[in-house]
Design a protein around this ligand. Structure first.
Ligand SMILES: [Zn+2]
Length: 65
């Protein structure tokens, strides 16, 4: 094979910036990101991402001080 311009994506182990846990950015997710045009890789593990989403939803709902 001489077509080496594109490597198939491989699972990548990353460290979460919030809780420092290691999580896997899978080949499938990388493909998904690329298809979506995302240039940034995820910085947070799944639970942290979900927590942030929930927190944002909660602050939006609260409205008061
Ligand atoms: Zn995390």
């Amino acid at each position: 094979m001489d077509d080496q311009t594109k490597k198939p994506p491989q699972d990548e182990t990353r460290t979460c910036v919030d809780c420092a846990a290691e999580f896997v950015f899978t080949a499938g997710e990388q493909e998904f990101y690329e298809r979506k045009g995302f240039t940034e890789k995820p910085k947070r593990c799944e639970p942290c991402r979900r927590r942030r989403k929930q927190q944002r939803a909660m602050t939006g709902q609260g409205g008061g001080r």
